[in-house]
Design a protein around this ligand. Structure first.
Ligand code: SF4
Length: 335
């Protein structure tokens, strides 16, 4: 139990780090919550990162150096190839980088091998990691309740839903403190009801780099009742299985088809009118947008963001027009 922080580039089996007594740090979360997040992207560019490289990658690179982190886990399969190059530039700066790969076909043996490597690297055991998974169930149940209060009772905002679910990748590096915060939010939420909004919206895709994304949506009357990736990151759909199965059923690192099934199931369950698909400039996942638009059962609007900044006027206008379309559609089906 040495309590030293370990950064990671996207969700990894965090239970292993906790079982080893290490402090998990999701680099995405500390990058985007840094008041100087735009400056971090500029720092990466000044150091030579190309303009046509994903803003998250640049931000993660500069965050590791800015925070003086000396050890990270880089997800080399199940995220993107830009992570490989980022990993090399960090290694060159003296950061110890341990790769973790989600097997593309969800092969159980290959995934078990990857988790075992992580277990060996951090000096713990399957048994301890499984027991941490069980210990986290009550907290994950609280998060599932927060999610339910968002879509079923209209008591939790789209932003709070996003924030608490996405924060469950590393529990803000303090499991007990985070659990206390979630308990308080649940308590406060039960005594209030939010406005219905003009339409019920689901957000899919990687978490937006646009700094006022949820505020703008809220002001335009979009009632966000589903955050696809954040819900996946929180692992709340996988409370009933063991560690291996949890990371095998988790959709983010695998093919788009399981994601589309999950999205359509939630569209139905949450009575969603339209989907906003957030895409990151220069991200390969933009290609999957063509399948998403074709196969998701409600209208889809794609919004693209590049660097940490407020939403631009063009995107605001497009969201506004989308809301009008959804309202007209609802009136049409009511009449
Ligand atoms: S947003 Fe896309 S390009 Fe950027 S780090 Fe994530 S997967 Fe890679």
């Amino acid at each position: 139990m040495d309590g030293r922080p370990v950064g990671f580039t996207t969700t990894i089996p965090v239970e292993v780090l906790l079982a080893a007594g290490r402090v998990p740090v999701d680099l995405n979360n500390i990058f985007i919550s840094d008041p100087e997040c735009a400056g971090l992207v500029s720092r990466a560019e000044l150091e030579g990162y190309p303009r046509n490289c994903c803003g998250w990658i640049k931000g993660l690179y500069a965050t590791v150096l800015d925070k003086g982190m000396d050890e990270i886990i880089a997800v080399t399969q199940g995220d993107c190839s830009q992570t490989h190059a980022m990993m090399e530039t960090l290694q060159d700066s003296g950061v110890r980088v341990f790769p973790f790969a989600y097997p593309h076909n969800r092969d159980a043996d290959l995934l078990r091998e990857q988790i075992q490597r992580l277990i060996d690297r951090f000096g713990t055991s399957w048994q301890r990691a499984e027991s941490v998974k069980e210990q986290l169930v009550p907290l994950r149940r609280q998060l599932a309740e927060l999610d339910r209060l968002t879509w079923e009772e209209n008591r939790v905002s789209g932003f709070d839903n996003h924030y608490y679910l996405v924060s469950a990748t590393d529990f803000c590096s303090d499991v007990e403190g985070f659990a206390a915060e979630v308990a308080k939010v649940l308590h406060d939420s039960r005594s209030r009801t939010l406005q219905e909004g003009r339409a019920r919206i689901g957000i899919i895709g990687v978490p937006p780099i646009i700094t006022d994304f949820y505020d703008v949506l809220d002001r335009l009357g979009a009632r966000v009742v589903f955050n696809e990736m954040q819900r996946q990151f929180s692992m709340i759909p996988y409370l009933d299985c063991g560690l291996l199965e949890q990371y095998q059923r988790y959709t983010y690192p695998y093919d788009v088809f399981a994601r589309i099934e999950d999205i359509n199931r939630e569209v139905e369950r949450r009575n969603i009118d339209g989907i906003i698909h957030y895409v990151q400039t220069f991200c390969f996942r933009q290609i999957q947008g063509m399948l998403i638009k074709r196969d998701v059962s409600v209208p889809v609007l794609e919004i693209e963001g590049d660097k940490p900044a407020p939403m631009d006027a063009r995107n605001r206008l497009r969201v506004e027009a989308f809301m009008e379309t959804l309202e007209a559609r609802a009136r049409g089906s009511a009449g």
